[in-house]
Design a protein around this ligand. Structure first.
Ligand SMILES: [Zn+2]
Length: 136
């Protein structure tokens, strides 16, 4: 037997999306929005955050240790800090829904936007229409 460490089971990869581990204020708390991994630089992860100040989102840096595979620790406790893997990396031809931050097949979308991360899937569109009414 070699001394090789066990294969890492969890890898942070570009285009994965993450959401806060503490979900009870997930959609209300502006500082804890989901984000997309843009690129990985060792322990520093560059992420794209759609609520990052500018209209089309902004970049920020997150420490690798804040990203987790699941919202539970190895002992089964709920994490209260950091972010857990939500979706991705995408398969070929998948598109990111800018509302629920899931990678979905193109036929799941009502309309795809030309701007990255601003498409809306059918499920989200139906919910938006239920809450705010149909546009037009
Ligand atoms: Zn969606």
């Amino acid at each position: 037997m070699s001394n090789e460490t066990k294969a890492a089971t969890f890898e942070v990869l570009p285009q994965q999306t993450y959401v806060p581990c503490k979900t009870d204020y997930l959609w209300g708390e502006t500082r804890h929005k989901p984000f997309v991994v843009w690129s990985v630089h060792g322990d520093r992860i560059k992420v794209w955050d759609p609520s990052g100040g500018q209209r089309l989102g902004g970049f920020r840096w997150i420490a690798r240790r804040n990203l987790h595979e699941s919202g539970k620790t190895k002992t089964g406790k709920e994490r209260k800090t950091g972010y857990r893997l939500h979706s991705g990396p995408p398969e070929e031809d998948q598109e990111l829904c800018g509302s629920c931050f899931r990678w979905l097949d193109l036929d799941q979308f009502d309309a795809t936007a030309l701007v990255y991360g601003h498409s809306t899937c059918r499920t989200c569109k139906a919910e938006i229409e239920k809450m705010y009414g149909v546009a037009g």
